[in-house]
Write a protein that binds this ligand. Structure first.
Ligand code: OMP
Length: 271
């Protein structure tokens, strides 16, 4: 999916919501456990209930990989079930020496046909560029993450006066265009969005951390939105585990609707 197509979807749905499919067997409603593939049954119900409200789905690969071959099968079925006009993110946080990164990229872009994959920048240029060699595919590079430990390294100041995450943005924006590169900035780091937008005014940002981690959507939009929205805001647990009863999908829809309603207002204000 191109940047233009993504923006068209955002305008059409009045939403920049990404629903995180962090599907955990120990958290899904017990009546689904009798299904042949409970993980897929859960994801299918969540997708049916939210597809008109969101522009992206982000399965976190850890939740599938931890179940071995069966988990990969549930992931593949989920990916195939997602409507084709919705952006898909393999949240895998990969990145390794060049020839290994190339294999990771083939896994997510060719074998599985995701639109994008999250990548960690720690190993530098040659660990990221193999992911950028695929047409119409996106790299979503970790910049300033939502978790507490994100501050251990990412905000350390370098001898050139930049913080580590600023250096990541400054260098990596030269590796590819804003049509193939996005960045992760946690919703809990909204206070840094102003300075981030100075470095990367055009790029899309994947912003996790609203809902369960307490990030504030209004501040994210105020400081992070650009003239083509430039934001995909993710919520996982806050939507998919809003209820563990039989009506879980209906309640997930209500939670997604709350966020979409807020996003509609923010798009009207800032676009
Ligand atoms: O790359 C990510 O998606 C990510 C980056 C980050 O800084 N923080 C973060 O929470 N995430 C992911 O976003 C999702 C957040 O889930 P909830 O806190 O349940 O909404 C999880 O899948 C995390 O792995």
């Amino acid at each position: 999916m191109t940047r233009k197509e993504l923006f068209e979807q955002i305008k059409k749905k009045e939403s920049f919501l990404c629903v995180g499919l962090d599907t955990d067997l120990s958290k899904i409603p017990s009546h689904l456990l009798k299904e042949e593939d409970p993980i897929f049954a859960f994801n299918k119900a969540i997708i049916d209930a939210t597809a008109d409200l969101c522009v992206a789905y982000k399965p976190n690969i850890a939740f599938y990989e931890c179940m071995g071959a069966k988990g990969w099968e549930s992931l593949q079925k989920t990916l195939e079930y997602i409507p084709k006009d919705i952006f898909t993110i393999a949240d895998a946080k990969r990145g390794d020496i060049g020839n290994t990164s190339k294999m990771y990229a083939q896994a997510f872009f060719e074998q599985m046909n995701f639109d994008s994959v999250t990548v960690a920048p720690y190993m530098g240029t040659d660990s990221v560029t193999p992911f950028l060699e695929f047409d119409n595919k996106w790299v979503i590079l970790l910049a300033l993450t939502s978790n507490k430990g994100g501050l251990d390294f990412q905000i350390q100041e370098l001898s050139n006066g930049r913080k580590v995450f600023e250096e990541v943005l400054t260098q990596s924006k030269e590796w590819g265009s804003s049509d193939q590169l996005m960045y992760v900035v946690g919703a809990t780091r909204a206070e840094s969005l102003g300075e981030i937008r100075q470095i990367i005014p055009d790029h899309f940002l994947l912003v996790p951390g609203v809902g369960a981690q307490g990030g504030d959507l209004a501040s994210v939009a105020q400081y992070g939105m650009n003239d083509h929205c430039g934001l995909l805001v993710n919520s996982s647990r806050g939507i998919i585990y809003a209820s563990q009863e039989e009506n879980f999908a209906e309640v997930a829809r209500q939670e997604a609707q709350k966020l979409q309603g807020e996003m509609k207002g923010l798009l009207e204000t800032y676009l």
